[in-house]
Design a protein around this ligand. Structure first.
Ligand code: BES
Ligand code: ZN
Ligand code: ZN
Length: 528
């Protein structure tokens, strides 16, 4: 859906629903848009507040029939929560709440009135757009009948601007929000779609299609190319499946950018059965999402290209199935990674780190990166440690981790650091090879995964994001319907934009208007 910014007055806009956002306060701000609407409606909004029928609590709603007092036949009140607790994420959530409530009504158009406050209009436009488009996400492709009558008629979503300066700022935010939400929803489609459709070749084709519609360059190593590069760990994981592996390279090289690239790496296991160390049957179907890191890298690359990001970035997605056929890698087998290191496979279910080892080695040897960030649904242990509220973060570069933490707070895709003390690395020494892919016990499972990856990064500044707990949700959240979350894209784009803002390399980068187009991490942007 396209989001439009309109200059119509709230009381005059021709939409099925006019949505207004209210903070959880006793009284209406005098002269505010809502107060003016309340006057036209003979105090009906006030009645809702006074009676307690509508409190303004975050994501609460009330629908008011307007009876001709304004052009729109319905007014939707949407709660923003307590003013002191306001963050930009409250706006994303409330926008999603508004959009999904309007969809449930079965009507076709809604106009949103941006809340008054001291948040930049561009940020407001972005948050409203992200919230609505992410909240409205569904995957209907595999359903032949619609449940509970298909009431999804929503086709028009507009945001109202009160002047031309505000309109321009809102529009720039809307455009960014649209690019980001489309990238996230594409990643969600990939992770939610079944493994019999989304296999390594499908991911490769998807990457090529992204390149065809943007300025990105795509190159895919097929199994021969993977062999030529001596990626023995990726080949080892792939050998138990009929589906050939793929190694996807997607490059963003803006004109004049000659510097070392930032490299993003995403785990692309399109189905993880565990292999010979097979997983229990319960919930194994969810393992179609084990390519969520790869999907996040594809989405991030698409968004960076569409946003005109000024630096060189290369996205890598090693992709394979993890299945146990007669040729599958077995516990005790020893594989040789592209870096030359030998790896004893103790548990074939710790396959993510194997394919990432080759991708990290490829990055270090072939791309000489300025820094690298990998995203992977790597360990069940990170779900135990952090649940679905934060992505596990480990790495060798404190400055990068600080950036990611700030970007995580801003995007509400929070990250939490786990230590990578040297001692952990001792636990993956192997009796027969250089290293083994798991330690002997179950302690510190996520950190052991990180310690394994660290063996392949050399001196390159590197951060590992374990998204096993954040890539998938079992319950609906305002702008994250259950299933794949598409986590990582809004986080990475924000972190990468902050790098440019903090360390401009060219006159053009220095000239960029900071405030509107590239908001700094502001975890608690307050409304007045
Ligand atoms: N893909 C899984 C991790 C995972 C678990 C992702 C839950 C999403 C939700 C990964 O490949 C895996 O199986 N890891 C093992 C590692 C163990 C054998 C050391 C795990 O976490 O059990
Ligand atoms: Zn596994
Ligand atoms: Zn896995």
């Amino acid at each position: 859906m396209q989001v439009a910014v309109k200059r119509d007055k709230p009381e005059q806009v021709a939409a099925d629903v006019l949505a207004v956002f209210l903070r959880q306060e006793k009284s209406l701000t005098p002269k505010s848009v809502v107060a003016q609407l309340d006057a036209r409606l003979d105090g009906r909004i006030r009645d809702y507040l006074d009676s307690g029928d509508f409190s303004g609590a975050l994501n609460s709603t009330a629908l008011v029939r307007t009876g001709g007092a304004i052009q729109a036949p319905r007014l939707l009140l949407v709660g923003l929560g307590k003013p002191e607790a306001f963050t930009i994420d409250a706006l994303r959530q409330a926008s999603a709440t508004a959009a999904t409530a309007v969809r449930r009504l079965g009507v076709s158009s809604v106009a949103l009135v941006p809340p008054a406050g001291d948040v930049e209009p561009a940020e407001v436009g972005q948050a409203l757009t992200e919230g609505a488009l992410l909240g409205l996400y569904t995957l209907k492709k595999y359903k032949t009948t619609s449940e509970n009558g298909d009431k999804d008629n929503l086709r028009e979503l507009s945001i109202l601007a009160s002047g031309s300066t505000m309109q321009r700022a809102l529009e720039s935010g809307v455009q960014r929000g649209q690019i980001l939400a489309e990238a996230v929803n594409m990643a969600r489609d990939l992770s939610n779609s079944p493994g019999n459709e989304v296999n390594p070749s499908y991911l490769a084709k998807q990457a090529q299609e992204i390149a065809a519609k943007t300025t990105l360059h795509c190159h895919v190593l097929d199994v021969d190319g993977i062999r030529e590069h001596q990626m023995g760990c990726l080949l080892g994981v792939a050998q138990g499946s009929e589906q050939p592996p793929a190694f996807i390279i997607l490059e963003h090289a803006p004109k004049g950018s000659q510097e070392k690239p930032i490299v993003l790496i995403g785990k692309g296991i399109t189905f993880d059965s565990g292999g010979i160390s097979i997983k229990p049957a319960a919930n194994m179907e969810d393992m179609k999402m084990d390519m969520s890191g790869g999907a996040a890298v594809l989405g991030t690359m698409q968004a960076l290209a569409q946003l005109g990001y000024p630096r060189r970035v290369v996205g890598l997605v090693p992709s394979s199935e993890n299945l146990p056929n007669g040729n599958a890698v077995k516990p005790g087998d020893i594989l040789r990674a592209m870096s030359g290191k030998t790896v004893e496979v103790i548990n074939t279910d710790a396959e993510g780190r194997l394919i990432l080892a080759d991708a990290l080695a490829y990055a270090v040897q072939e791309l000489k990166p300025a820094c690298m960030i990998d995203l992977a649904t790597l360990t069940g242990a990170v779900v135990v440690a952090l649940g679905s509220q934060a992505t596990g973060m480990m790495g060798t570069d404190k400055a990068m981790m600080d950036r990611l933490r700030a970007a995580g707070d801003y995007s509400a895709e929070r990250v939490w650091e786990l230590p990578l003390f040297e001692e952990y690395s001792k636990q993956i020494k192997s009796d027969f090879a250089d290293i083994k892919n798991v330690s002997s016990g179950r302690e510190a499972g996520s950190i052991i995964g990180g310690a394994f990856l660290k063996e392949f990064v050399g001196d390159t500044p590197w951060v590992h994001l374990d998204i096993a707990g954040t890539a998938w949700t079992r319950d609906n959240k305002p702008y994250i319907p259950k299933g794949a979350t598409g986590v990582g894209i809004r986080l990475l784009v924000k972190a990468l934009e902050d790098i440019v803002e903090d360390t401009p390399q060219s006159a053009a980068e220095k000239e960029k208007p900071k405030a509107a187009a590239r908001p700094k991490a502001k975890a608690t942007a307050r409304a007045s």
